[in-house]
Design a protein. Sequence first.
Length: 184
Amino acid sequence: MELKFFSECPADLAEKAEQFGLENFTEEEERTPDNIARERERFFSQPEAWLLVFEKDEIIGQIFLHRRRIRHNEKDIVLGGIGKVCTRRDRRKQGVATMMLKEAMERLKEWGCDAAFLCADIEKIGSLYGRVGFVPLNKPYAYHGRSGRLYEENNGLIAPLNSLSVFKEVLNSKKKLFLGAGNW
């Protein structure tokens, strides 16, 4: 098993990663045209980097890394984003995702991110993210979709990186976290 970091993903590998995500991120019956359109509307940000785990020449895990400046409570924040976390179905519950998440958190720290954010089914897989410091945001967050439409969701998790004070402020603030364009 080998973890590789790409700041630029070659086109052929990016295509393989996208296909890997389609096959492993959601169940086949969930891949309806409506669900695919929903995903494209909400999750359209181009990653700054890719973490891919290979076994031989096959991808068995992936994470897309994002970074953006946002404004929260009159302060500029550098928010790191983790998206498209996925492990091949036959390799789940073997530590692949945890290994990728630990590496992802280190990369986001190196990039100077104050805190990290992701969205997930908290009841189903929140404990996975808890292993690397994520806690539920416990309030709505908002973002604009590709169309410009404003979306609000409640499945956010946040973790401290380079600023415990920013993490605590976002977590404890009554103000909604606004991600900007795209939910990664």
